[in-house]
Design a protein around this ligand. Structure first.
Ligand SMILES: CC(C)(COP(=O)(O)OP(=O)(O)OC[C@H]1O[C@@H](n2cnc3c(N)ncnc32)[C@H](O)[C@@H]1OP(=O)(O)O)[C@@H](O)C(=O)NCCC(=O)NCCS
Length: 368
């Protein structure tokens, strides 16, 4: 029997040119550029272009790309609204997974080359914010708002949610979170997307599957659990006893730990600085006090560091979003990374089909 690796830990399954996680220095590169630099100097649209095309766009390329994205933002027609109305009581991750699948079925079922896959990826990138914002408004008994093609990706999304564009500081912070969530190597949802793409299935199927994988609390769903936990703690002085109790029960603390990083998650300093800025803007320090206490107790007790979802929770909460909308924001951004991987898989494909060690019965006789 060959040694198996539970959870594929440490297994290298393929090559990629898209992003590199460097655990030793807690760094992350998109196409060779440090994400900690991209987040300060580039918009989300520039980063999507970088992921898809491999280079930072020139001004003209960026303008053209933005125009294409804006043209693909869907109008909220009767069919979409009817589906959204039926999904009002669903978890927003179930709603976006269903709508992406529906949106895929409204286009051509197949794609067979990079050009077709990029066109489809753009369609899903442009559609996801429209569907997520409409779901947010309908469940809050508000009329959905159509996309505004004069606005950037993040401005448009925030306007479709709140009816107006918040201050530029807040728009910028939201846009930074999109950059930080865009791509992260062979994580569970990206790998799911690549497995589906490797069967030469279509982009829509691969993204739908990836959304299902992202929903889990051990992956993207952690950002919602983080905020639920912080709300349960509610008082910074209670953070320590809360954590100690969970650790005693050997429970996992949401927003901590990572398969690849053993120390700092490369994205935490940038996401944390977004959360601190927002605390100041909103003049609400409680959540970051709880955050600081959680980080120091986990470091002292387990030597385990926070991951990107710990500061992301308070960022989105302070912006005024419902907690169960947080993972769909991750979807909006990660569609960029997933689709880049789907395209890369398609360009040098071999079906992904691993083996397992069989530990069941050996051959036995049927007694009838
Ligand atoms: C991310 C995660 C799934 C990685 O899992 P993994 O690579 O399989 O890590 P392991 O479960 O092997 O963890 C190694 C050790 O650290 C402990 N550990 C890891 N994350 C922990 C956490 N969040 N809280 C408490 N203990 C944790 C494990 O219990 C294990 O301890 P042990 O060796 O005494 O059994 C895991 O850290 C986790 O569940 N974190 C919480 C969910 C989360 O925030 N997910 C978002 C990830 S970006």
């Amino acid at each position: 029997m060959n040694q198996s690796s539970k959870g594929l830990a440490g297994v290298i399954v393929d090559e990629t040119k898209i992003s590199k996680v460097i655990p030793e220095s807690s760094e992350l590169l998109y196409r060779g550029y440090l994400v900690s630099e991209l987040v300060e100097k580039c918009s989300f649209e520039e980063v999507v272009y970088l992921l898809w095309e491999g280079e930072i766009p020139t001004e003209k390329q960026l303008e053209n790309f933005k125009k294409q994205e804006r043209k693909k933002r869907p109008l909220l027609d009767r069919d979409v609204i009817q589906i959204l109305e039926k999904l009002q009581s669903a978890h927003p991750m179930d709603s976006i997974r269903t709508l992406i699948s529906y949106w895929a079925s409204r286009g051509y079922a197949w794609d067979s080359n990079t050009k077709e896959r990029k066109q489809k990826a753009l369609r899903f990138l442009a559609a996801a914010p429209v569907f997520i914002a409409a779901h947010f408004r309908l469940r809050n008994k508000l009329q959905p708002i159509s996309p505004d093609n004069k606005l950037s990706f993040s401005e448009n999304f925030l306007k479709m949610c709140f009816g107006e564009i918040p201050s530029q500081d807040i728009v910028r912070i939201f846009d930074k979170t999109m950059v930080l969530y865009a791509e992260h190597g062979f994580n569970a949802s990206t790998f799911s997307a690549r497995v589906i793409a490797s069967t030469t299935s279509d982009v829509g199927s691969a993204i739908t599957g990836a959304i299902g994988a992202l929903k889990g609390p051990l992956h993207g769903g952690a950002n919602e659990r983080v905020m639920e936990m912080m709300k349960e703690i509610n008082n910074p002085k209670k953070a320590e006893s809360y954590i100690l109790k969970l650790l005693l029960k050997k429970e996992k603390i949401m927003g901590f730990g990572h398969r690849v990083y053993r120390k700092q998650d490369s994205r935490v300093p940038s996401m944390e600085s977004c959360a601190r800025s927002l605390s100041q803007i909103k003049q609400e320090s409680k959540w970051m006090e709880i955050y600081d206490n959680l980080v120091s107790v986990m470091k002292r007790e387990k030597n385990i560091y926070p991951n990107v979802d710990l500061p992301a929770g308070p960022v989105y909460y302070l912006m005024g979003f419902d907690i169960d909308m947080f993972t769909p924001f991750f979807v909006m951004s990660r569609i960029a990374g997933w689709s880049t991987h789907i395209i890369e898989q398609g360009e040098n494909n071999r079906i992904i089909r691993p083996l397992s060690n069989y530990t069941g019965y050996e051959r036995r006789l049927l007694s009838k």
